[in-house]
Design a protein around this ligand. Structure first.
Ligand code: PEP
Ligand code: MG
Length: 594
């Protein structure tokens, strides 16, 4: 009898993949628990000493390479953290206590280390004191390093695990955006996770890579065995485990239909994105890496409306140097030129925590140190380095302007502080390079906080352009963590509050006569297209694969009827009513269902 199972989750990236499951247990390091035979405690203590000595050498190596890099404040901070870790390796509470426990309980080093670490961390974390919570993180970091040395694991457990030789589907609890990015060069056909939502950065990454993905599948890892045949239906958010022959055949046909439709739509690449009454709607691509730019152009992108530069900072030990950034940005600008690029300064924090910044995971990271807050409050040098790199790159690539967009703006005070920082960067560049003539620098504010919506008229008077980030805007308006699948049901770009917010922002930008675009997931949703056009948006940026779909939608609608649709939609009370209105509006206009 077949054990075919159908599991429901959230459709995170479109497409259909069929392959065998590959389970990854990323988070947990399995701690072997062994009782020692009498007289072996000293051997275990010696093993621990060796692992600690290795950890010390590894940390010292990092410190040396930082010292060589230079003496900026950011490096000094990093070096200080590592020095603290070195001290902790000699700490009585951690290492000596572990040795004692090995002897008194007669257990192996890994087990003893895990008990002592847990004990110290829970004491420090329960103190409700930020300083002590940071120390708990340090202890955890040091202990993991020693544990990995004891177990003979490399630092990046997942790097090797993600290097698959044969086609497979990754099944795991959770994946970070950086880990998802690693899948680009391997024969991984798709993935399914227990955690995550449609707007999490992991989902965004999967869309960028064209990997079908379903996230938020509860009980997934318990229900799927490695080697099971799996269907990932990234269109409807369904996972089928060990499908019967009929289901398999049906899905293979659906997959073929999907790629035929994609190809058909992609062939519209050179057709203009113009409504039936002749109004141009500019469609741009969202990218994370320069390598994606050619794909975006191939899908018909008229520029890059969101370059998520923070991916340059993830999955590495040190932040990128200015030289590296300039090189990367120049190659990006050259690949896209003469079309424009909005460089979004690093949006680090929340669900993107780069190892290289050693940030403490706050209790509520989405409400914590994130994006421009890091650059304005914690690490000015880091943001200044990035701003300078973008300006120098624009100059080198000889483009008409450096368009710098700042995420998570909460009010005009931040816009002013950031403008002052840009001016400071330009002054410093003039001192650094004799006769440096800066390019035109345009400053954009992302509107993705409710506060910024209400202040968008004031912000629009001080910024050169606005860009609406609906992923965060809806997260913060609805109080739904982007990575928490339990509350993902509340996410809807059709929500009346979202529509009203969009209206406020677009009207504000139009009154101030500055460009406004939308770059959140709502821009890539064809049923949102008539609403966005009706609200007055003339520029949208999205995951590149969505561009042909949105262009197909744009070409079937008129501005006049879209404006009428919006009037009606603004009278409605629920997201279901608004979505239904749009479904009726689009019916018969375009057939993109499979
Ligand atoms: C958004 O918040 O809608 C957005 C486009 O930015 P990101 O998804 O990178 O947070
Ligand atoms: Mg955002």
């Amino acid at each position: 009898m077949s054990r075919s199972l159908r599991l429901e989750g959230i459709a995170a990236a479109p497409g259909i993949a069929v392959a065998t499951a590959r389970a990854i247990d990323r988070k947990k390091i399995l701690v072997p628990k062994l009782e020692l035979e009498r007289g072996h405690a000293e051997d275990e203590q010696a093993r621990l000493d060796l692992a600690v000595a290795d950890a010390r050498a590894q940390i010292q190596l990092s410190i040396d390479s930082i010292t060589k890099e230079g003496g900026s404040k950011q490096y000094r901070n990093h070096s200080m953290i590592l020095q603290t870790h070195l001290l902790l390796l000699g700490d009585i509470l951690l290492i000596d206590a572990t040795k004692d426990l090995i002897a008194t309980k007669q257990i192996n080093a890994e087990w003893a280390l895990s008990i002592v670490t847990e004990d110290i961390m829970s004491q420090l974390s329960s103190a409700d004191n930020e300083y002590l919570a940071e120390r708990a993180e340090d202890i955890g970091f040091v202990s993991t390093r020693v544990m990995r040395n004891l177990l003979g694991h490399s630092e990046e457990l997942l790097n090797s695990e993600l290097n698959s030789d044969s086609e497979c589907i990754i099944v795991t609890i959770d994946l970070s955006p950086a880990e998802t990015a690693q899948m680009v060069s391997s024969p991984i056909l798709g993935f399914a996770t227990e955690k995550g939502t449609q707007t999490s950065h992991t989902a965004i990454m999967a869309q960028a890579l064209g990997l079908p993905a379903v996230v938020g599948v509860s009980g997934l890892t318990e229900k799927v065995n490695p080697g099971d045949t799996l269907i990932v239906d990234g269109l409807d958010g369904i996972i089928i485990v060990e499908p019967d022959d009929e289901t398999l055949a049906r899905y293979k046909e659906r997959a073929a239909q999907w790629s035929a439709m994609e190809n058909r739509l992609r062939s519209t690449k050179d057709e203009p994105s113009v409504t039936s009454d002749g109004v141009e709607i500019v469609l741009k691509g969202n990218v994370e890496f320069p390598g994606e730019a050619p794909f975006a152009l191939d899908y018909g992108a008229q520029g890059i409306g969101l370059y998520r530069t923070e991916f340059l900072y993830l999955d590495r030990e040190e932040p990128p140097t200015r030289e590296e950034q300039v090189k990367t940005y120049v190659s990006m600008l050259k690949a896209v030129s003469p079309r424009p690029i909005y460089f979004r300064t690093f949006d680090i924090g929340a669900d993107k925590m780069p190892r290289c910044l050693h940030m403490t995971k706050a209790r509520n990271p989405a409400l914590g140190m994130r994006a421009i807050r890091i650059g304005l409050r914690k690490n000015r040098d880091l943001l200044k380095d990035q701003i300078k790199s973008i300006i120098v790159a624009a100059k080198e690539a000889k483009v008409s302007s450096a368009d710098i967009m700042f995420p998570l703006i909460s009010g005009v005070k931040e816009v002013r502080q950031l403008k002052a920082m840009v001016a400071e960067c330009i002054e410093e560049l003039k001192q650094e390079f004799d006769g440096f003539e800066p390019p035109v620098v345009k400053i954009g504010a992302m509107v993705e906080l409710p506060a910024a919506v209400l202040l968008s008229d004031i912000i629009a008077r001080e910024a050169d352009f606005l860009s609406i980030g609906t992923n965060d805007l809806i997260q913060y308006m609805m109080a739904i963590d982007r990575v928490n699948d339990d509350v993902a049901y509340l996410y809807s770009p059709f929500h009346p509050s979202a529509l009203r917010a969009l209206k406020i922002i677009v009207d504000a930008a139009n009154s101030a006569q500055i460009p406004v675009s939308i770059c959140g997931g709502a821009a890539g949703e064809p049923l949102m297209t008539p609403l966005l056009v009706g609200l007055g948006l003339r520029e949208m940026s999205m995951a590149p694969h969505s561009i042909p779909f949105i262009k197909a939608a744009v070409r079937t609608i008129s501005v006049a009827e879209s404006e009428k649709l919006v009037q009606e939609a603004l009278e409605k009370s629920t997201e279901d009513e608004i979505e239904q209105l749009s479904v009726q509006f689009m019916q018969g206009k375009m057939d993109i269902t499979i």
